[in-house]
Write a protein that binds this ligand. Structure first.
Ligand code: C5P
Length: 213
């Protein structure tokens, strides 16, 4: 059955410094149509999953920027926003801090979606599909078949392989997990010092789980 399950939480890592997006304030606080990206993303999630608890993860020094973001969201919608968790030095650390905050709730969620702060175009259908897939498979991520040919290159910037396109997917967020599965995977990775993961699916894969795309 599709739809918003009971016990859904959405964690929004928003503690990056946005160095790849250029100078100035972090990417998630830059404006699009006069609204900070993070406000647009949170609003899309609040509208797309009205019953979900939503947990932003922010850097301490960004608190004023964050409060301005939250204040720009219609009060009627804002209610499921939780007090933000504190971000870490890497995305992986920020997500783990958020998961630990959710684990401390009197009733931790059954399913958690993890959605990057600078992706404001998420809608209710994708949220429902992701949550549903997590409930069915334990771990699930949205993926797009690339329209371009993807090549692997070596240190000299020469092609070392042309990858078979039919087998490739560009992976996005929200990434969706049974809460216990991803909490445990992040805890184990932290204990093992495995710290190079750029998405949560990679943490789940490392912990031995099959991830549905
Ligand atoms: O830098 P990258 O594109 O991987 O960031 C993906 C997401 O993770 C962004 O929403 C960013 O704000 C977040 N992030 C974080 N804590 C960090 C680094 C990135 O929450 N230390």
């Amino acid at each position: 059955m599709m739809g918003e399950p009971a016990g859904l939480a959405i964690l929004v890592p928003a503690a990056g410094r946005g160095s790849r997006a250029g100078a100035g304030i972090p990417k998630q606080y830059k404006k699009l149509a006069d609204r900070p990206l993070l406000a647009l993303t949170l609003e899309a999630l609040l509208r797309g999953a009205p019953k979900a608890a939503i947990l932003p993860v922010i850097q301490k020094e960004d608190r004023a920027l964050y409060l301005a973001c939250a204040a720009g969201i219609v009060p009627k919608l804002r209610q499921p926003l939780m007090e933000p968790a504190v971000g870490g030095a890497t995305r992986q650390e920020s997500v783990r801090n958020g998961l630990e905050a959710l684990a401390k709730l009197p009733l931790p969620p059954a399913v958690v979606l993890i959605h990057d702060a600078a992706r404001p175009f998420v809608g209710p259908a994708l949220i429902a599909r992701a949550a549903d897939a997590a409930a069915n498979f334990g771990a699930a991520v949205p993926g797009l078949a690339p329209a371009d040919t993807i090549k692997q290159v070596d240190m000299a910037r020469c092609v070392s392989a042309t990858l078979p396109r039919a087998q490739l997917r560009a992976i996005q967020t929200p990434q969706a997990f049974a809460f216990g599965l991803i909490l445990e995977a992040h805890r184990r990775a932290a204990l093992a010092g495995a710290a190079d993961f750029t998405d949560d699916a990679a943490v789940a894969e490392w912990a031995g789980h099959r991830v549905h795309v």
